[in-house]
Design a protein around this ligand. Structure first.
Ligand code: ADP
Ligand code: MG
Length: 621
Protein backbone atom coordinates (compact mmCIF):
# COMPACT_ATOMS: atom_id res chain seq x y z
CA UNK A 1 0.00 0.00 0.00
CA UNK A 2 2.64 2.45 1.08
CA UNK A 3 4.47 2.00 -2.18
CA UNK A 4 1.46 2.95 -4.24
CA UNK A 5 2.44 6.60 -4.07
CA UNK A 6 5.76 5.77 -5.71
CA UNK A 7 4.25 3.84 -8.61
CA UNK A 8 5.69 5.11 -11.91
CA UNK A 9 2.50 6.59 -13.35
CA UNK A 10 2.47 9.31 -15.97
CA UNK A 11 1.13 12.76 -15.02
CA UNK A 12 -2.46 13.15 -16.20
CA UNK A 13 -4.94 16.00 -16.05
CA UNK A 14 -7.86 14.91 -13.87
CA UNK A 15 -11.28 14.60 -15.43
CA UNK A 16 -13.70 17.39 -14.60
CA UNK A 17 -16.09 15.22 -12.63
CA UNK A 18 -13.25 14.04 -10.39
CA UNK A 19 -11.99 17.59 -9.87
CA UNK A 20 -15.46 18.57 -8.73
CA UNK A 21 -15.63 15.58 -6.43
CA UNK A 22 -12.32 16.61 -4.89
CA UNK A 23 -13.56 20.17 -4.51
CA UNK A 24 -16.79 18.85 -3.03
CA UNK A 25 -14.75 17.19 -0.31
CA UNK A 26 -13.79 20.65 0.89
CA UNK A 27 -16.97 22.58 0.26
CA UNK A 28 -19.70 19.98 0.72
CA UNK A 29 -18.54 18.12 3.78
CA UNK A 30 -22.08 17.39 4.98
CA UNK A 31 -25.72 18.18 4.14
CA UNK A 32 -25.53 21.43 6.12
CA UNK A 33 -22.98 22.67 3.59
CA UNK A 34 -25.49 22.11 0.77
CA UNK A 35 -28.03 24.12 2.73
CA UNK A 36 -25.54 26.91 3.24
CA UNK A 37 -24.51 27.14 -0.40
CA UNK A 38 -28.07 27.04 -1.71
CA UNK A 39 -29.27 29.63 0.79
CA UNK A 40 -26.43 31.94 -0.13
CA UNK A 41 -27.29 31.59 -3.80
CA UNK A 42 -30.92 32.44 -3.07
CA UNK A 43 -29.93 35.55 -1.13
CA UNK A 44 -27.47 36.60 -3.83
CA UNK A 45 -30.38 36.34 -6.27
CA UNK A 46 -32.33 38.88 -4.21
CA UNK A 47 -34.88 36.47 -2.73
CA UNK A 48 -37.25 37.72 -0.03
CA UNK A 49 -38.92 34.37 0.63
CA UNK A 50 -37.08 31.11 1.01
CA UNK A 51 -38.39 27.63 1.78
CA UNK A 52 -36.08 24.82 2.88
CA UNK A 53 -37.31 21.23 2.75
CA UNK A 54 -35.15 18.49 4.21
CA UNK A 55 -35.56 14.74 4.32
CA UNK A 56 -33.51 12.39 6.44
CA UNK A 57 -31.29 15.11 7.82
CA UNK A 58 -30.77 16.50 4.32
CA UNK A 59 -29.05 13.31 3.10
CA UNK A 60 -32.03 11.98 1.19
CA UNK A 61 -33.18 15.38 0.07
CA UNK A 62 -32.43 19.08 0.40
CA UNK A 63 -34.73 21.28 -1.66
CA UNK A 64 -34.58 25.04 -1.46
CA UNK A 65 -37.00 27.36 -3.25
CA UNK A 66 -36.62 31.10 -3.56
CA UNK A 67 -38.46 33.98 -5.21
CA UNK A 68 -35.26 35.57 -6.51
CA UNK A 69 -34.46 36.73 -10.01
CA UNK A 70 -33.95 33.29 -11.49
CA UNK A 71 -31.50 32.08 -14.14
CA UNK A 72 -32.11 32.69 -17.86
CA UNK A 73 -32.80 29.42 -19.67
CA UNK A 74 -29.71 29.57 -21.90
CA UNK A 75 -27.41 29.98 -18.89
CA UNK A 76 -28.66 26.93 -17.01
CA UNK A 77 -25.85 24.60 -18.16
CA UNK A 78 -23.27 27.20 -17.10
CA UNK A 79 -24.72 27.39 -13.60
CA UNK A 80 -23.66 23.78 -13.03
CA UNK A 81 -20.23 24.24 -14.52
CA UNK A 82 -17.19 24.55 -12.31
CA UNK A 83 -15.75 28.06 -12.01
CA UNK A 84 -18.78 29.56 -13.69
CA UNK A 85 -20.28 32.49 -11.83
CA UNK A 86 -22.31 35.62 -12.50
CA UNK A 87 -20.86 37.35 -9.46
CA UNK A 88 -17.35 38.41 -10.35
CA UNK A 89 -15.53 38.87 -13.62
CA UNK A 90 -12.14 40.24 -12.58
CA UNK A 91 -9.61 40.31 -9.75
CA UNK A 92 -10.73 43.81 -8.98
CA UNK A 93 -14.26 42.59 -8.44
CA UNK A 94 -13.01 39.71 -6.31
CA UNK A 95 -11.33 42.18 -4.01
CA UNK A 96 -14.53 44.16 -3.59
CA UNK A 97 -16.95 41.27 -3.63
CA UNK A 98 -20.30 42.07 -2.02
CA UNK A 99 -22.13 38.82 -2.81
CA UNK A 100 -21.95 35.76 -0.58
CA UNK A 101 -20.81 33.46 -3.38
CA UNK A 102 -18.19 34.11 -6.05
CA UNK A 103 -16.16 30.94 -6.50
CA UNK A 104 -18.59 29.42 -8.96
CA UNK A 105 -18.08 25.91 -7.67
CA UNK A 106 -20.92 25.17 -5.27
CA UNK A 107 -23.50 23.88 -7.75
CA UNK A 108 -20.84 21.94 -9.70
CA UNK A 109 -19.56 20.36 -6.49
CA UNK A 110 -23.02 19.43 -5.27
CA UNK A 111 -23.91 17.98 -8.68
CA UNK A 112 -20.79 15.83 -8.53
CA UNK A 113 -21.82 14.12 -5.28
CA UNK A 114 -25.63 14.04 -5.60
CA UNK A 115 -28.48 14.09 -8.07
CA UNK A 116 -29.45 17.69 -8.67
CA UNK A 117 -32.41 19.33 -10.38
CA UNK A 118 -32.48 23.08 -10.73
CA UNK A 119 -35.75 24.66 -11.86
CA UNK A 120 -35.74 28.35 -12.57
CA UNK A 121 -37.81 31.08 -14.13
CA UNK A 122 -36.90 34.70 -14.72
CA UNK A 123 -39.43 37.54 -14.69
CA UNK A 124 -39.69 37.79 -18.47
CA UNK A 125 -39.72 34.08 -19.27
CA UNK A 126 -42.98 32.48 -20.38
CA UNK A 127 -42.37 29.44 -18.21
CA UNK A 128 -39.72 27.77 -16.10
CA UNK A 129 -36.89 25.51 -17.28
CA UNK A 130 -35.27 22.67 -15.44
CA UNK A 131 -31.75 21.33 -15.66
CA UNK A 132 -31.15 17.89 -14.28
CA UNK A 133 -27.78 16.36 -13.51
CA UNK A 134 -27.83 12.68 -12.57
CA UNK A 135 -25.56 9.75 -13.26
CA UNK A 136 -23.13 11.94 -15.20
CA UNK A 137 -25.87 13.10 -17.61
CA UNK A 138 -27.18 16.65 -17.89
CA UNK A 139 -30.53 17.44 -19.52
CA UNK A 140 -32.45 20.70 -19.91
CA UNK A 141 -36.20 20.69 -20.41
CA UNK A 142 -39.21 23.01 -20.12
CA UNK A 143 -40.89 22.94 -16.76
CA UNK A 144 -43.44 24.78 -14.66
CA UNK A 145 -43.03 27.01 -11.64
CA UNK A 146 -43.17 30.57 -10.31
CA UNK A 147 -40.51 33.22 -10.80
CA UNK A 148 -37.46 32.21 -8.84
CA UNK A 149 -35.39 29.10 -8.42
CA UNK A 150 -35.75 25.70 -6.79
CA UNK A 151 -32.71 23.53 -6.33
CA UNK A 152 -33.56 19.97 -5.41
CA UNK A 153 -30.61 17.87 -4.24
CA UNK A 154 -31.24 14.15 -3.68
CA UNK A 155 -29.27 11.18 -2.40
CA UNK A 156 -26.21 13.02 -1.25
CA UNK A 157 -23.02 10.93 -1.57
CA UNK A 158 -24.98 8.06 -3.14
CA UNK A 159 -22.10 7.65 -5.58
CA UNK A 160 -19.29 8.37 -3.11
CA UNK A 161 -19.97 5.81 -0.38
CA UNK A 162 -16.73 6.57 1.46
CA UNK A 163 -18.06 10.05 2.24
CA UNK A 164 -21.39 8.73 3.23
CA UNK A 165 -19.78 6.76 6.01
CA UNK A 166 -18.66 9.97 7.67
CA UNK A 167 -22.19 11.19 8.08
CA UNK A 168 -23.65 11.14 11.56
CA UNK A 169 -27.18 10.23 12.53
CA UNK A 170 -30.10 11.79 10.73
CA UNK A 171 -30.92 13.91 13.76
CA UNK A 172 -27.36 15.20 14.03
CA UNK A 173 -27.20 16.11 10.36
CA UNK A 174 -30.57 17.79 10.64
CA UNK A 175 -29.26 19.72 13.65
CA UNK A 176 -26.35 21.05 11.61
CA UNK A 177 -28.68 22.03 8.76
CA UNK A 178 -31.03 23.83 11.12
CA UNK A 179 -28.11 25.72 12.66
CA UNK A 180 -27.05 26.92 9.21
CA UNK A 181 -30.59 28.13 8.57
CA UNK A 182 -30.63 29.94 11.92
CA UNK A 183 -27.31 31.65 11.21
CA UNK A 184 -28.47 32.93 7.88
CA UNK A 185 -31.94 33.86 9.10
CA UNK A 186 -30.38 35.88 11.94
CA UNK A 187 -28.35 37.90 9.48
CA UNK A 188 -31.29 38.55 7.15
CA UNK A 189 -34.38 39.36 9.20
CA UNK A 190 -35.81 41.09 6.13
CA UNK A 191 -36.23 37.71 4.42
CA UNK A 192 -38.96 35.17 5.31
CA UNK A 193 -37.86 31.59 5.93
CA UNK A 194 -39.68 28.32 6.39
CA UNK A 195 -37.92 25.11 7.28
CA UNK A 196 -39.37 21.63 7.22
CA UNK A 197 -37.95 18.22 8.03
CA UNK A 198 -39.56 14.99 6.85
CA UNK A 199 -42.72 16.86 5.94
CA UNK A 200 -43.10 18.70 9.25
CA UNK A 201 -42.62 22.46 9.47
CA UNK A 202 -39.95 23.05 12.10
CA UNK A 203 -39.47 26.81 11.81
CA UNK A 204 -41.21 29.73 10.20
CA UNK A 205 -40.00 33.29 10.45
CA UNK A 206 -41.73 36.13 8.68
CA UNK A 207 -39.76 39.14 7.52
CA UNK A 208 -39.12 41.57 10.39
CA UNK A 209 -36.15 43.28 11.97
CA UNK A 210 -33.14 42.05 13.95
CA UNK A 211 -34.63 42.58 17.41
CA UNK A 212 -37.63 40.40 16.67
CA UNK A 213 -35.89 37.79 14.53
CA UNK A 214 -33.20 37.24 17.13
CA UNK A 215 -35.79 36.97 19.89
CA UNK A 216 -37.58 34.30 17.84
CA UNK A 217 -34.44 32.36 17.11
CA UNK A 218 -32.38 32.85 20.26
CA UNK A 219 -35.29 32.86 22.66
CA UNK A 220 -36.80 35.09 25.30
CA UNK A 221 -33.84 34.61 27.55
CA UNK A 222 -31.63 36.46 25.09
CA UNK A 223 -34.33 38.99 24.24
CA UNK A 224 -34.71 40.05 27.84
CA UNK A 225 -31.10 40.16 28.88
CA UNK A 226 -29.26 41.96 26.14
CA UNK A 227 -27.98 45.39 25.30
CA UNK A 228 -28.39 46.93 21.88
CA UNK A 229 -25.18 48.08 20.33
CA UNK A 230 -24.58 50.49 17.49
CA UNK A 231 -21.13 51.86 16.98
CA UNK A 232 -19.60 53.49 13.95
CA UNK A 233 -16.08 54.74 13.41
CA UNK A 234 -15.45 57.78 11.27
CA UNK A 235 -14.49 57.48 7.62
CA UNK A 236 -10.85 57.79 8.58
CA UNK A 237 -11.28 54.30 10.10
CA UNK A 238 -12.44 52.63 6.90
CA UNK A 239 -16.10 53.13 7.73
CA UNK A 240 -16.15 50.37 10.36
CA UNK A 241 -19.57 49.77 11.87
CA UNK A 242 -20.65 47.31 14.52
CA UNK A 243 -24.28 46.73 15.37
CA UNK A 244 -26.43 44.12 17.03
CA UNK A 245 -26.96 42.90 20.57
CA UNK A 246 -24.66 41.76 23.33
CA UNK A 247 -26.03 39.51 26.04
CA UNK A 248 -25.78 40.70 29.62
CA UNK A 249 -23.05 38.97 31.59
CA UNK A 250 -25.70 37.80 34.02
CA UNK A 251 -27.29 35.82 31.19
CA UNK A 252 -24.07 34.18 30.06
CA UNK A 253 -24.15 30.50 29.26
CA UNK A 254 -21.92 27.58 29.98
CA UNK A 255 -21.55 26.81 26.28
CA UNK A 256 -20.54 29.03 23.40
CA UNK A 257 -23.73 28.17 21.57
CA UNK A 258 -25.33 31.58 21.16
CA UNK A 259 -22.52 33.52 19.56
CA UNK A 260 -23.22 34.94 16.15
CA UNK A 261 -20.73 37.21 14.44
CA UNK A 262 -21.11 38.41 10.87
CA UNK A 263 -18.70 40.30 8.67
CA UNK A 264 -20.40 42.10 5.82
CA UNK A 265 -23.35 39.77 6.19
CA UNK A 266 -21.32 36.59 6.26
CA UNK A 267 -21.30 34.36 9.36
CA UNK A 268 -17.72 33.89 10.51
CA UNK A 269 -15.85 32.12 13.28
CA UNK A 270 -12.80 34.23 13.46
CA UNK A 271 -10.15 34.01 16.17
CA UNK A 272 -9.39 37.69 16.12
CA UNK A 273 -13.04 38.71 16.50
CA UNK A 274 -13.77 36.07 19.12
CA UNK A 275 -10.80 37.29 21.08
CA UNK A 276 -11.91 40.91 20.87
CA UNK A 277 -15.36 40.02 22.21
CA UNK A 278 -13.93 37.83 24.94
CA UNK A 279 -11.55 40.57 26.02
CA UNK A 280 -14.39 43.08 26.22
CA UNK A 281 -16.34 40.75 28.49
CA UNK A 282 -13.33 39.80 30.56
CA UNK A 283 -14.06 42.39 33.18
CA UNK A 284 -17.61 41.37 33.79
CA UNK A 285 -17.57 37.67 33.12
CA UNK A 286 -15.98 34.69 34.71
CA UNK A 287 -13.67 32.79 32.36
CA UNK A 288 -15.79 29.66 32.12
CA UNK A 289 -18.99 31.45 31.07
CA UNK A 290 -19.87 32.32 27.49
CA UNK A 291 -21.76 35.46 26.56
CA UNK A 292 -24.56 35.36 24.02
CA UNK A 293 -24.27 37.86 21.19
CA UNK A 294 -25.40 38.74 17.72
CA UNK A 295 -23.04 41.17 16.07
CA UNK A 296 -22.72 42.48 12.56
CA UNK A 297 -19.47 44.10 11.52
CA UNK A 298 -19.52 46.09 8.33
CA UNK A 299 -16.54 47.54 6.57
CA UNK A 300 -15.28 48.35 3.13
CA UNK A 301 -15.11 44.94 1.38
CA UNK A 302 -11.72 45.83 -0.05
CA UNK A 303 -10.32 45.73 3.51
CA UNK A 304 -11.27 42.16 4.26
CA UNK A 305 -10.27 39.04 2.37
CA UNK A 306 -13.09 36.50 2.42
CA UNK A 307 -11.30 34.13 0.09
CA UNK A 308 -9.04 32.45 2.64
CA UNK A 309 -11.23 29.46 3.43
CA UNK A 310 -13.27 27.27 1.03
CA UNK A 311 -16.47 27.73 2.97
CA UNK A 312 -15.50 31.32 3.81
CA UNK A 313 -15.98 30.87 7.54
CA UNK A 314 -12.72 32.63 8.26
CA UNK A 315 -11.71 36.01 7.01
CA UNK A 316 -8.55 38.06 6.98
CA UNK A 317 -8.53 41.77 7.72
CA UNK A 318 -6.06 44.09 6.14
CA UNK A 319 -5.69 45.99 9.40
CA UNK A 320 -6.50 43.38 11.99
CA UNK A 321 -5.30 45.48 14.90
CA UNK A 322 -7.65 48.31 14.08
CA UNK A 323 -10.56 45.90 13.73
CA UNK A 324 -9.73 44.21 17.04
CA UNK A 325 -9.58 47.52 18.85
CA UNK A 326 -12.75 48.77 17.28
CA UNK A 327 -14.75 45.69 18.23
CA UNK A 328 -13.25 45.57 21.71
CA UNK A 329 -14.06 49.21 22.41
CA UNK A 330 -17.54 49.10 20.98
CA UNK A 331 -18.50 46.16 23.19
CA UNK A 332 -16.68 47.40 26.28
CA UNK A 333 -18.56 50.66 26.01
CA UNK A 334 -21.89 48.97 25.60
CA UNK A 335 -21.23 46.77 28.61
CA UNK A 336 -19.97 49.65 30.73
CA UNK A 337 -23.07 51.68 30.09
CA UNK A 338 -25.40 48.78 30.75
CA UNK A 339 -28.03 50.77 28.98
CA UNK A 340 -31.05 48.81 30.19
CA UNK A 341 -31.71 51.31 32.95
CA UNK A 342 -34.21 50.27 35.52
CA UNK A 343 -36.49 52.97 34.16
CA UNK A 344 -36.60 51.27 30.75
CA UNK A 345 -37.23 47.87 32.18
CA UNK A 346 -40.60 46.68 30.96
CA UNK A 347 -42.80 45.35 33.75
CA UNK A 348 -43.06 42.15 31.76
CA UNK A 349 -39.43 41.49 32.53
CA UNK A 350 -40.49 40.54 36.04
CA UNK A 351 -43.45 38.32 35.39
CA UNK A 352 -43.51 36.64 38.75
CA UNK A 353 -41.30 36.59 41.73
CA UNK A 354 -39.07 33.64 42.27
CA UNK A 355 -35.37 33.59 42.72
CA UNK A 356 -34.98 31.90 39.36
CA UNK A 357 -36.49 34.63 37.28
CA UNK A 358 -35.53 37.75 39.13
CA UNK A 359 -34.11 40.05 36.54
CA UNK A 360 -31.19 42.20 37.49
CA UNK A 361 -31.78 45.80 36.62
CA UNK A 362 -29.25 48.51 36.45
CA UNK A 363 -28.84 52.16 35.76
CA UNK A 364 -26.63 54.37 33.70
CA UNK A 365 -24.05 56.02 35.92
CA UNK A 366 -24.26 59.71 35.22
CA UNK A 367 -21.23 61.95 35.21
CA UNK A 368 -22.52 63.86 38.21
CA UNK A 369 -22.62 60.64 40.17
CA UNK A 370 -19.17 59.71 39.05
CA UNK A 371 -17.86 62.88 40.65
CA UNK A 372 -18.90 61.56 44.03
CA UNK A 373 -15.38 60.90 45.17
CA UNK A 374 -14.22 64.38 44.25
CA UNK A 375 -16.29 65.69 47.12
CA UNK A 376 -13.67 64.28 49.39
CA UNK A 377 -10.66 66.24 48.41
CA UNK A 378 -8.97 68.28 45.78
CA UNK A 379 -6.16 66.17 44.46
CA UNK A 380 -7.11 63.01 42.67
CA UNK A 381 -4.86 60.93 44.88
CA UNK A 382 -6.35 62.00 48.15
CA UNK A 383 -9.92 61.90 46.96
CA UNK A 384 -9.37 58.38 45.87
CA UNK A 385 -7.96 57.37 49.20
CA UNK A 386 -10.73 59.06 51.11
CA UNK A 387 -13.59 57.61 49.13
CA UNK A 388 -11.98 54.27 49.50
CA UNK A 389 -11.38 54.50 53.18
CA UNK A 390 -15.05 55.20 53.40
CA UNK A 391 -15.97 51.84 52.12
CA UNK A 392 -13.40 49.37 53.26
CA UNK A 393 -12.51 49.15 56.86
CA UNK A 394 -15.20 48.68 59.40
CA UNK A 395 -13.17 50.37 62.16
CA UNK A 396 -12.55 53.39 60.11
CA UNK A 397 -15.96 53.67 58.67
CA UNK A 398 -17.66 55.83 61.17
CA UNK A 399 -15.34 58.76 60.84
CA UNK A 400 -15.10 58.49 57.08
CA UNK A 401 -18.83 58.43 56.77
CA UNK A 402 -18.93 61.36 59.13
CA UNK A 403 -16.96 63.28 56.55
CA UNK A 404 -19.35 62.11 53.91
CA UNK A 405 -22.46 63.15 55.70
CA UNK A 406 -21.22 66.53 56.78
CA UNK A 407 -19.83 67.47 53.43
CA UNK A 408 -21.20 70.70 52.02
CA UNK A 409 -24.25 69.70 50.25
CA UNK A 410 -24.69 68.59 46.72
CA UNK A 411 -27.51 66.94 48.62
CA UNK A 412 -28.74 69.69 50.90
CA UNK A 413 -29.96 68.87 54.31
CA UNK A 414 -28.73 65.31 54.20
CA UNK A 415 -27.55 64.13 57.56
CA UNK A 416 -27.05 60.81 59.14
CA UNK A 417 -29.92 61.04 61.53
CA UNK A 418 -32.75 62.08 59.24
CA UNK A 419 -34.64 59.43 57.34
CA UNK A 420 -33.12 60.36 54.04
CA UNK A 421 -35.68 59.09 51.58
CA UNK A 422 -37.97 61.96 52.46
CA UNK A 423 -35.38 64.46 51.40
CA UNK A 424 -34.14 63.06 48.15
CA UNK A 425 -35.40 63.12 44.64
CA UNK A 426 -35.57 59.55 43.43
CA UNK A 427 -33.56 59.93 40.21
CA UNK A 428 -30.60 61.24 42.08
CA UNK A 429 -30.30 57.98 43.98
CA UNK A 430 -31.61 55.18 41.84
CA UNK A 431 -30.68 52.60 44.42
CA UNK A 432 -32.61 54.41 47.13
CA UNK A 433 -31.91 54.23 50.83
CA UNK A 434 -31.10 51.40 53.16
CA UNK A 435 -33.79 50.07 55.42
CA UNK A 436 -32.07 47.10 56.96
CA UNK A 437 -29.61 44.30 56.50
CA UNK A 438 -30.75 40.74 56.05
CA UNK A 439 -28.67 37.94 57.58
CA UNK A 440 -25.65 40.21 57.24
CA UNK A 441 -25.59 39.35 53.53
CA UNK A 442 -28.18 41.48 51.79
CA UNK A 443 -29.02 45.14 52.05
CA UNK A 444 -32.70 46.01 51.78
CA UNK A 445 -33.25 49.47 50.38
CA UNK A 446 -36.24 51.48 49.32
CA UNK A 447 -36.28 53.53 46.13
CA UNK A 448 -39.00 55.30 44.16
CA UNK A 449 -40.08 52.07 42.48
CA UNK A 450 -40.10 49.74 45.41
CA UNK A 451 -37.60 47.46 47.05
CA UNK A 452 -33.95 47.05 46.12
CA UNK A 453 -31.97 44.04 47.28
CA UNK A 454 -28.18 44.28 47.20
CA UNK A 455 -25.66 41.50 47.58
CA UNK A 456 -23.27 43.48 49.68
CA UNK A 457 -20.11 41.52 49.08
CA UNK A 458 -20.62 41.28 45.32
CA UNK A 459 -21.41 44.97 45.07
CA UNK A 460 -18.48 46.02 47.12
CA UNK A 461 -16.15 43.78 45.21
CA UNK A 462 -17.16 45.50 41.99
CA UNK A 463 -16.62 48.93 43.49
CA UNK A 464 -13.18 48.09 44.81
CA UNK A 465 -12.23 46.51 41.51
CA UNK A 466 -13.33 49.43 39.36
CA UNK A 467 -11.68 51.96 41.63
CA UNK A 468 -8.41 50.08 41.68
CA UNK A 469 -8.53 49.76 37.93
CA UNK A 470 -9.06 53.47 37.50
CA UNK A 471 -6.26 54.23 39.92
CA UNK A 472 -3.96 51.92 38.05
CA UNK A 473 -4.92 53.33 34.67
CA UNK A 474 -4.13 56.79 35.94
CA UNK A 475 -1.06 55.54 37.78
CA UNK A 476 -2.24 57.01 41.04
CA UNK A 477 -2.64 53.82 43.03
CA UNK A 478 -2.39 55.01 46.62
CA UNK A 479 -0.19 52.76 48.69
CA UNK A 480 -0.63 52.01 52.37
CA UNK A 481 2.62 51.24 54.14
CA UNK A 482 2.07 48.88 57.03
CA UNK A 483 3.52 50.09 60.32
CA UNK A 484 4.08 46.51 61.29
CA UNK A 485 4.72 44.34 58.23
CA UNK A 486 2.71 41.14 58.06
CA UNK A 487 5.16 38.24 57.93
CA UNK A 488 4.36 34.64 57.17
CA UNK A 489 6.00 31.33 56.35
CA UNK A 490 6.15 30.72 52.64
CA UNK A 491 7.42 27.89 50.49
CA UNK A 492 10.28 28.35 48.08
CA UNK A 493 7.94 28.76 45.11
CA UNK A 494 6.08 31.59 46.80
CA UNK A 495 9.31 33.29 47.77
CA UNK A 496 10.67 32.86 44.25
CA UNK A 497 7.50 34.22 42.68
CA UNK A 498 7.52 37.25 44.97
CA UNK A 499 11.09 38.05 43.97
CA UNK A 500 10.60 37.41 40.30
CA UNK A 501 7.51 39.61 40.12
CA UNK A 502 8.56 42.38 42.48
CA UNK A 503 8.07 45.03 39.83
CA UNK A 504 4.63 43.79 38.83
CA UNK A 505 3.56 43.67 42.45
CA UNK A 506 4.94 47.15 43.05
CA UNK A 507 2.93 48.46 40.10
CA UNK A 508 -0.18 47.05 41.69
CA UNK A 509 0.68 48.75 44.98
CA UNK A 510 2.16 45.79 46.84
CA UNK A 511 5.50 45.54 48.59
CA UNK A 512 6.13 41.87 49.34
CA UNK A 513 9.70 41.15 50.39
CA UNK A 514 11.55 37.95 51.19
CA UNK A 515 12.96 38.15 54.72
CA UNK A 516 14.48 34.70 54.54
CA UNK A 517 14.27 31.74 52.16
CA UNK A 518 11.04 30.81 53.90
CA UNK A 519 9.60 34.05 55.18
CA UNK A 520 7.74 36.70 53.27
CA UNK A 521 6.72 40.11 54.59
CA UNK A 522 3.92 42.26 53.24
CA UNK A 523 5.18 45.77 53.86
CA UNK A 524 2.70 47.76 51.81
CA UNK A 525 -0.70 47.25 50.19
CA UNK A 526 -2.81 49.25 47.78
CA UNK A 527 -4.69 51.64 50.07
CA UNK A 528 -8.07 50.31 48.96
CA UNK A 529 -7.09 46.95 50.35
CA UNK A 530 -5.48 48.05 53.57
CA UNK A 531 -8.01 46.17 55.69
CA UNK A 532 -7.78 42.96 53.75
CA UNK A 533 -6.14 39.88 55.25
CA UNK A 534 -2.63 40.64 54.00
CA UNK A 535 -1.32 37.12 54.24
CA UNK A 536 -4.27 35.47 52.48
CA UNK A 537 -4.24 38.13 49.81
CA UNK A 538 -0.50 37.82 49.23
CA UNK A 539 -0.68 34.04 48.94
CA UNK A 540 -3.55 34.21 46.49
CA UNK A 541 -1.81 36.81 44.34
CA UNK A 542 1.43 34.85 44.26
CA UNK A 543 -0.44 31.72 43.28
CA UNK A 544 -2.08 33.56 40.40
CA UNK A 545 1.12 35.22 39.29
CA UNK A 546 2.76 31.82 39.12
CA UNK A 547 -0.01 30.42 36.97
CA UNK A 548 -0.22 33.30 34.55
CA UNK A 549 1.76 33.65 31.42
CA UNK A 550 4.59 35.83 32.68
CA UNK A 551 5.26 38.09 29.77
CA UNK A 552 1.70 39.26 29.45
CA UNK A 553 0.86 39.74 33.07
CA UNK A 554 0.52 43.42 33.35
CA UNK A 555 -1.35 44.08 30.18
CA UNK A 556 -3.72 41.18 29.84
CA UNK A 557 -3.81 39.62 33.25
CA UNK A 558 -3.66 42.70 35.35
CA UNK A 559 -7.41 42.81 35.67
CA UNK A 560 -7.55 39.22 36.80
CA UNK A 561 -5.10 40.07 39.57
CA UNK A 562 -7.16 43.09 40.51
CA UNK A 563 -10.27 40.95 40.66
CA UNK A 564 -8.56 38.60 43.08
CA UNK A 565 -7.38 41.51 45.16
CA UNK A 566 -10.81 43.14 45.12
CA UNK A 567 -12.47 39.97 46.27
CA UNK A 568 -10.17 39.83 49.28
CA UNK A 569 -10.51 43.50 50.03
CA UNK A 570 -14.27 43.68 49.97
CA UNK A 571 -16.79 43.74 52.74
CA UNK A 572 -17.39 40.11 53.47
CA UNK A 573 -20.84 38.75 53.70
CA UNK A 574 -21.51 38.17 57.34
CA UNK A 575 -20.42 41.57 58.60
CA UNK A 576 -23.04 43.78 60.03
CA UNK A 577 -23.24 47.32 58.67
CA UNK A 578 -24.90 50.40 60.07
CA UNK A 579 -27.53 52.20 58.03
CA UNK A 580 -25.14 55.03 57.10
CA UNK A 581 -22.56 52.48 56.03
CA UNK A 582 -25.12 50.75 53.84
CA UNK A 583 -26.18 54.04 52.30
CA UNK A 584 -22.57 54.90 51.56
CA UNK A 585 -22.24 51.59 49.75
CA UNK A 586 -25.36 52.32 47.69
CA UNK A 587 -23.97 55.73 46.71
CA UNK A 588 -20.68 54.19 45.69
CA UNK A 589 -22.46 51.64 43.56
CA UNK A 590 -24.26 54.45 41.77
CA UNK A 591 -20.97 56.14 41.09
CA UNK A 592 -19.29 53.02 39.77
CA UNK A 593 -19.31 51.80 36.22
CA UNK A 594 -20.57 48.27 35.70
CA UNK A 595 -21.78 48.06 39.27
CA UNK A 596 -24.71 45.97 38.07
CA UNK A 597 -22.55 42.88 38.13
CA UNK A 598 -19.80 41.66 40.36
CA UNK A 599 -16.50 40.69 38.78
CA UNK A 600 -17.76 37.17 38.23
CA UNK A 601 -20.79 38.29 36.25
CA UNK A 602 -23.31 37.67 39.01
CA UNK A 603 -25.85 40.42 39.54
CA UNK A 604 -25.10 42.69 42.47
CA UNK A 605 -28.59 43.96 43.00
CA UNK A 606 -32.17 43.40 41.93
CA UNK A 607 -35.20 45.62 41.87
CA UNK A 608 -38.59 44.49 43.09
CA UNK A 609 -41.16 47.07 42.07
CA UNK A 610 -44.26 47.79 44.10
CA UNK A 611 -46.19 45.94 41.41
CA UNK A 612 -43.97 42.91 41.75
CA UNK A 613 -44.65 42.91 45.46
CA UNK A 614 -48.37 43.37 44.87
CA UNK A 615 -48.32 40.40 42.55
CA UNK A 616 -46.50 38.40 45.13
CA UNK A 617 -49.35 38.97 47.55
CA UNK A 618 -51.98 38.65 44.83
CA UNK A 619 -53.14 42.18 45.55
CA UNK A 620 -55.65 43.63 43.12
CA UNK A 621 -56.20 40.28 41.44
P1 ADP B 1 -21.35 31.17 -7.10
O1 ADP B 1 -22.47 31.35 -6.13
O2 ADP B 1 -20.04 31.17 -6.43
O3 ADP B 1 -21.42 32.10 -8.25
P2 ADP B 1 -22.62 28.65 -7.66
O4 ADP B 1 -22.11 27.39 -8.22
O5 ADP B 1 -23.18 28.60 -6.28
O6 ADP B 1 -21.45 29.69 -7.71
O7 ADP B 1 -23.72 29.23 -8.63
C1 ADP B 1 -23.38 29.46 -9.98
C2 ADP B 1 -24.24 30.54 -10.57
O8 ADP B 1 -25.58 30.09 -10.69
C3 ADP B 1 -24.34 31.79 -9.74
O9 ADP B 1 -23.27 32.68 -10.03
C4 ADP B 1 -25.68 32.37 -10.16
O10 ADP B 1 -25.55 33.18 -11.31
C5 ADP B 1 -26.48 31.15 -10.52
N1 ADP B 1 -27.39 30.77 -9.42
C6 ADP B 1 -27.20 29.77 -8.54
N2 ADP B 1 -28.25 29.66 -7.69
C7 ADP B 1 -29.12 30.61 -8.05
C8 ADP B 1 -30.41 31.03 -7.55
N3 ADP B 1 -30.99 30.43 -6.48
N4 ADP B 1 -31.03 32.07 -8.17
C9 ADP B 1 -30.46 32.68 -9.23
N5 ADP B 1 -29.25 32.34 -9.72
C10 ADP B 1 -28.58 31.32 -9.17
MG1 MG C 1 -22.97 30.02 -4.68
Amino acid sequence: MVNASFSPRPILALPDQLISQIAAGEVIERPAAVVKELLENALDAGATQIAIRLENGGVKRTAISDNGRGIPHEQLPLALQRHATSKIASLDELENVATLGFRGEALASIASVANLTLTSRTANAAHAWAIRHAGGQTTVSPSSGAIGTTVDVQDLYAHTPARRKFLKSEQTEYGHCAEVVRRIALSRPDVSFTLSHNGKTTAQWNASETARRSAQILGDEFAEARLPLEHAAGDEHDGLRLSGFVGLPTAARNRADAQYFYVNGRFVRDKLLTHAVRAAYQDVLHGDRYPAYLLQLELNPALVDVNVHPSKIEVRFRDSRAVHQFVFHAISRALAQTAASSADMPPAALPSISSANLTATRWIPEPKQASFSSAFGTSSGSSFGASFGASIGIEQRTEDYGAFFSRPATTPGWTANIAPQEQETPDEHPLGFALAQLHNIYILAQNAKGLVLVDMHAAHERIVYEQMKTALDQQVMPVQELLIPVTFFADSIEVGTAEEHRATLADLGFDIAALSPETLAVRALPAPLKHADAEALARELLRELRELNHSRILTEKRNALLATAACHGSVRAGRSLTVPEMNALLRQMEATERAGQCNHGRPTWVQLSATDLDNLFLRGQ
